[in-house]
Design a protein around this ligand. Structure first.
Ligand SMILES: Cc1cc2nc3c(=O)[nH]c(=O)nc-3n(C[C@H](O)[C@H](O)[C@H](O)COP(=O)(O)OP(=O)(O)OC[C@H]3O[C@@H](n4cnc5c(N)ncnc54)[C@H](O)[C@@H]3O)c2cc1C
Length: 392
């Protein structure tokens, strides 16, 4: 692995920085933790689209740029540093587009890929159900074949962004008799289809990010099935590594670290500069060490993808490390800020605008979403270290 960036990569980074600084005015956004995830802006996504920054790693025949995953990682690092509002296109770009390229037929490719690349549609992931999270093979939402349609009944949960998206990319059961993992298929569905109900779930930080999505006798045209019927679980397994691979796992709360360092530089406690407190200095230095390690993990994953290999073990290791770093960061921030650090955004007494407390609450979920810490450790143990698979 080459640890340096090439001249072209450095110049691309500068191009992205210039875009964020001048054109879109990075400073104009409220730079808050999770801003990138919560601030969905089709307008901003269209600006990115015009520069070829959506689907940039996709083949040219599908409107992509055939840029490397290293370039995409650079783009993401700059976007996340700024917490730019990329939620509108993010999931479709990262996951749904590549899945359609791999498993979709010509009609799917013609219908959806240009719309994703041009930031015309937004997509979300409908995988989890009340009794199927880590154990996704237990999904119960059922699509029954009837003429030219499937009739869909069931429920998804934790569906991030379903209240503002156009489509849901989902796995559902299509064979009730087959072994669990051999009876699942992948579908794409317009969220405005009659029979679909989206209900909000307010998360621990008080934000409407999650949803429950209910399906009641929803008529799904057969052409919405993507890939091979009943092979959906295997298809999905090839997609989850993309979900675990990105810098977003390291940088969701990035503003907290930056703001914490600035806060420590300015604040005094008991008449002494906080920056001279050995415990505070030690904590910040340790966080910086951990951040830089996480960054290398993320770039290793990007490099592995650029080599044309699926980073299964690498992505698991990267996400396991980075999400724990995020939790340690939020924990350290609330401790350094003291009792007032527990106040949420909106309180006039909250230091750092309440960011520390807010990120503390958000970061609890990071080790669950997209593969829980325990599941990832199992991957590291088996595929990384060659330990036997633990039987139930
Ligand atoms: C912020 C956030 C956003 C999300 N967004 C979406 C979304 O957009 N779409 C979507 O479909 N889902 C989404 N999810 C759901 C997410 O995919 C699930 O939370 C995740 O798969 C875990 O499933 P679960 O919550 O049912 O927990 P469970 O699978 O029930 O796990 C509970 C606990 O048991 C442990 N555990 C489970 N199985 C094992 C095992 N085999 N070995 C050891 N320990 C185990 C887990 O590590 C965890 O600690 C989101 C979740 C979060 C937190």
């Amino acid at each position: 692995m080459d640890f340096g960036f090439t001249k072209e990569q450095e110049s691309f980074r500068q191009e992205v920085r210039d875009f964020l600084e001048k054109k879109i005015e990075c400073g104009a956004f409220e730079i808050i933790s999770n801003g990138w995830l919560e601030n969905s802006s089709q307008e901003f996504s269209k600006e990115m689209s015009e520069r070829g920054w959506i689907g940039m790693t996709w083949p040219k025949e599908y409107g992509g740029q055939e840029r490397t995953y290293m370039d995409r990682a650079i783009l993401m690092e700059e976007m996340l540093t700024c917490q730019a509002p990329i939620a509108y296109h993010f999931l479709a770009d990262r996951q749904v587009g590549p899945a359609i390229i791999h498993f979709g037929n010509d009609d799917h490719k013609k219908e959806y890929l240009p719309k994703i690349i041009n930031a015309e549609i937004s997509m979300v992931l409908g995988l989890s159900e009340p009794n199927a999270g880590s154990d996704l093979v237990s999904v119960k939402t059922y699509a029954k074949e009837e003429g030219d349609f499937f009739i869909l009944n069931g429920q998804k949960v934790w569906t991030t962004g379903a209240h503002r998206a156009d489509y849901i990319w989902m796995i559902v059961r299509t064979d009730l008799d087959a072994p669990k993992h051999k009876g699942i298929s992948e579908f794409i569905l317009d969220l405005k289809t009659p029979g679909v109900t989206v209900r909000p779930i307010i998360n621990i930080a008080g934000v409407h990010s999650f949803n429950e999505v209910f399906f009641e006798d929803v008529k799904v045209p057969k052409e919405n099935l993507v890939g091979v019927k009943n092979r959906g679980f295997y298809q999905l397994m090839a997609q989850v590594d993309y979900e675990r691979a990105g810098l977003e796992r390291l940088m969701q709360n990035y503003p907290v670290f930056v703001n914490l360092v600035e806060y420590v530089k300015k604040e005094k406690r008991n008449g002494q500069p906080l920056s001279k407190d050995p415990m505070v200095r030690n904590t910040l230095a340790e966080l910086e060490v951990e951040y830089q390690i996480g960054r290398l993990f993320c770039y290793q994953v990007a490099w592995t993808l650029t080599q044309g290999r699926i980073p299964n073990y690498e992505a698991a290791l990267c996400k396991a490390y980075c999400t724990q770093y995020e939790q340690r960061l939020s924990d350290a921030a609330t401790r350094i800020l003291g009792l007032y650090g527990q106040l949420m955004p909106g309180s006039k007494w909250a230091p750092m605008n309440g960011e520390a407390a807010d990120s503390y609450l958000w970061s609890v979920s990071y080790t669950l979403q997209g593969g829980s810490l325990e599941v990832l450790k199992n991957i590291v143990a088996t595929r990384g270290l060659g330990l036997p698979v633990a039987k139930k």
